[in-house]
Design a protein around this ligand. Structure first.
Ligand SMILES: Cc1cc2nc3c(=O)[nH]c(=O)nc-3n(C[C@H](O)[C@H](O)[C@H](O)COP(=O)(O)OP(=O)(O)OC[C@H]3O[C@@H](n4cnc5c(N)ncnc54)[C@H](O)[C@@H]3O)c2cc1C
Ligand code: FES
Length: 245
């Protein structure tokens, strides 16, 4: 974990209440797919955890949705402004668990952290099918970015305004992609349904309300088949087999 001051490069609305935040810093960072950062916001006691969508050794790309006061304040920030951020938090996805072909399933903002994982899997020469689920067209993010990577992309929307009408599981049933391991991030009901329906092993990235975000307060503890685990430090990514829904 490092505490670093980042400078906002851009902070733009890209979908319904959803922002793309690009940050730069002047010291080296090493982010793995599925890790998150914890952002200090003036006037807020607790930091706000946000998953990393993409990163280099000197930059971060985040996507966030305005849901309350903290994210509203973030949406009002401008290029050039500085943010104090704890980086390299959590245990991310393990791309080595996929042998040849991966299925990535993201719901809503959960589509963002799978992007860096998708890049990593493709760079290892693996076949990747990405299934993204949203409520409606105005919520869709990252469609062009995933296409540009060269992954097979399926989109499902609840109202049918883009792609398959229905859940991500409907798109998977319709197209029947080939995969030996799956990775998912998104709403709990979606991930629970996937873990029950998909025949292979997989990893799911969970969200919990967090205190310290760095493993000290135990405020984010969940029960797993391997005993109590901290979502911020032992996760947020867990094996399907370890989760008790
Ligand atoms: C590991 C992790 C990664 C995350 N990644 C992202 C991301 O990439 N993009 C993104 O937009 N959001 C992400 N979140 C959720 C994000 O942290 C919260 O939406 C944010 O902290 C809300 O702050 P706020 O002050 O705007 O809202 P608050 O005023 O604190 O809360 C507003 C509403 O949001 C809900 N909420 C707040 N925090 C959480 C949470 N941690 N999980 C679920 N619901 C919450 C509250 O129940 C309430 O209904 C992540 C959370 C975790 C734990
Ligand atoms: S939030 Fe403090 S241990 Fe996870």
């Amino acid at each position: 974990m490092q505490k670093i001051f980042f400078t906002i490069v851009s902070n733009q609305v890209v979908a319904d209440k959803t922002y793309r935040l690009e940050l730069g810093c002047s010291q080296d960072i090493a982010i793995k797919p599925g890790q998150f950062v914890n952002i200090a916001i003036d006037g807020k006691y607790l930091r706000r955890p946000i998953s990393v969508s993409d990163a280099t050794n000197r930059s971060l790309l985040l996507y966030y949705k305005v849901v309350g006061e903290g994210t509203k304040l973030m949406s009002e920030m401008n290029p050039g402004q500085q943010l104090e951020i704890l980086t390299e938090l959590g245990t991310g996805f393990d791309s080595a668990k996929c042998r040849n072909s991966a299925l990535l399933v993201g719901g809503g903002l959960g589509t963002a952290p799978l992007y860096m994982l998708c890049k990593e899997l493709l760079s290892q020469g693996k076949k990747v099918t990405v299934v993204l689920g949203f409520n409606k067209a105005s919520e869709v993010i990252l469609e062009e970015e995933y296409k540009a990577l060269g992954a097979e992309l399926l989109i499902a929307t609840m109202d049918g305004s883009v792609g398959v009408k229905g859940f991500t599981t409907d798109a998977i049933n319709q197209y029947n992609p080939e995969f030996d391991f799956f990775y998912t991030c998104g709403p709990m009901p979606m991930m629970r349904a996937l873990c029950a329906a998909l025949p292979t092993s997989g990893e799911a990235s969970l969200e919990e309300r967090m205190g310290c975000g760095a493993g000290y307060c135990y405020g984010c503890t969940i029960q797993t088949t391997k005993g109590p685990k901290r979502v911020c430090a032992d996760g947020p990514v867990f094996d399907k087999e370890d989760l008790i829904w």
